[in-house]
Structures are given as C-alpha cells and as structure tokens.
Design a protein around this ligand. Structure first.
Ligand SMILES: Nc1ncnc2c1ncn2[C@@H]1O[C@H](COP(=O)(O)OP(=O)(O)OP(=O)(O)O)[C@@H](O)[C@H]1O
Length: 230
C-alpha cells in the first residue's frame, strides 16, 4: 500500500536517509524503531512531502515523491507530528471541526467515543490541554479528516504511564478499524503491544525487519540496535 524504495534525504550536506526501503501493507500497524538521530522523523517527513528526497515513494500505486505536502494529505496520508500543531486559541471541538471531512468512517461522535477525555474537554481551549490531551486531540484531528493511512511520530513521548496506556488502547482500536499505521516510537513495550511488524533504522538505513513474533524472540537484535535508546 505504502512503499518506499531507495529513498535518500539530505539536510544540506548531511546525508540523513541512505536508501530506505520499506512498506506498510493494508491493515498493518508497522513500527519504525531506532536510536536517536537514526532518521525516523525524517522518514515520516519524507513520506509527507515535507523533506525533499530522491528515490520512490508511492501510496496505492500513485507516486507521492515530489508532491507538495497538501497534495499528499489530500491523497489520504496523515502525519501526526511530535509538536502537535493544534490551535491553542480554538476549543477542542473547533480544532476537530476544522479538520472534519464528512462522509467517512470517523466523525465527531466516533472520535469522542474513542477519546472520552476530549468529549469532556470539548469546550476547553487547545492551550489549556495537558500534553497527553494535546496528543489525543492531534490524533483525533487526523482521524476526523478520514485519512487512508496514519503516520505517527512518537505519540507517547513525555507522557505519564497512565496516559501512555490510554494511547495504546486508542491505537489498538485504530488498528482494529483497519486503518494502516506507521508508528515511530521509542517505547519498546508500546511497540510490542501494537505492531504486526517492525523495522529498525540505523544511520539512515533499514537494518532489520521482522514480524512481531520474530522480533520478540530475537534478543540479540534488540541489544544490538536499540539497547542505547532504551
Ligand atoms: N532540520 C534539520 N537540519 C539539519 N539536520 C537535521 C534536521 N533535522 C534532523 N536533522 C539531523 O538528521 C538526523 C536524523 O534526524 P531525525 O530527527 O530524522 O532522527 P530520529 O531518528 O527521528 O531521531 P529522534 O528520535 O532523536 O527524533 C540527525 O542527525 C539530526 O540531527
């Protein structure tokens, strides 16, 4: 469904992605793991058209690479970035209504059912939300736009364990709805609770891919590529 083939990205002279090849198939939740600076965020930004790349990026057999971010979003690719980008001066509900694209699987009532905290705080200003609530609003806002794939950049970073559990519950429900997800996440327990498949990125290259079961059984892989970031 989403495929990256030999994708390279640069920041000035620094070569950050060095030929990333990976895919997310229909209905899959795939995690992209790796140490700090490996290029995970850059991979998501490359798919979303924010970072300029070479190589091939396609979604449902349509080329994404070289398109503007808004065109890619219109094709159904939603990126929820780490700095959540919600509107502080608007209420929760106004933030959702701006993003709402009617007629799809996700409407306001659907996201309120999934995120009861947002329903409780629907008249609060975006600025008054906790970090966890902001993360939930960013995810809910992406959903009401009725995308065809979700790209999530470290949705649990910096959140209290009880909120992390809530995000995991929500991500499970999103996966069960059939929405494909590419998740960048440093919290290994979260990844293992959710993923069908994992990729590990190291210095801009994919160095491992494996099913959830294979990854769980392979301590050596985890020690080799991830130990320092855990
Ligand atoms: N805007 C930028 N300009 C220059 N270099 C950048 C920029 N953004 C990222 N980099 C560099 O590119 C490399 C990859 O960064 P990226 O944010 O993609 O990694 P990451 O795997 O997401 O790491 P982290 O977990 O720390 O967010 C790093 O060396 C980083 O310092």
């Amino acid at each position: 469904m989403l495929t990256l083939d030999d994708v390279h990205a640069y920041y000035g002279k620094s070569h950050v992605l060095e030929g990333v090849t990976m895919e997310v198939r229909a209905g899959e939740l795939v995690t992209l793991l790796g140490r700090n600076g490996a290029g995970k965020t850059t991979t998501l930004r490359s798919i979303a058209g924010i970072t300029t790349t070479t190589g091939r990026i396609s979604f449902d057999n349509q080329d994404l690479r070289g398109r503007e971010p808004y065109e890619i979003a219109r094709r159904g690719v939603a990126l929820v970035q780490e700095h959540r980008g919600i509107f502080g001066v608007l209420t929760v509900e106004e933030n959702l209504k701006i993003a709402l694209r009617k007629g799809g699987r996700w409407g306001l009532d659907d996201v309120y059912a999934m995120f009861p905290r947002l329903r409780e705080r629907r008249r609060n200003g975006g600025r008054a939300l906790s970090g966890g609530e902001q993360q939930m609003l960013a995810m809910a806002r992406a959903l009401v736009n009725n995308p065809r794939i979700l790209l999530l950049d470290e949705p649990t970073e910096g959140l209290a364990p009880v909120i992390v559990d809530e995000i995991v519950r929500i991500l499970k429900a999103i996966r069960e709805s059939g929405m494909p997800v590419l998740l960048v996440e440093q919290n290994l327990a979260v990844c293992e609770a959710l993923a069908d498949r994992h990729y590990i990125l190291e210095q801009g290259r994919i160095v491992y891919t494996g099913s959830a079961q294979a990854f769980k059984a392979d301590r050596a892989v985890r020690d080799r590529y991830l130990a320092l970031s855990q």
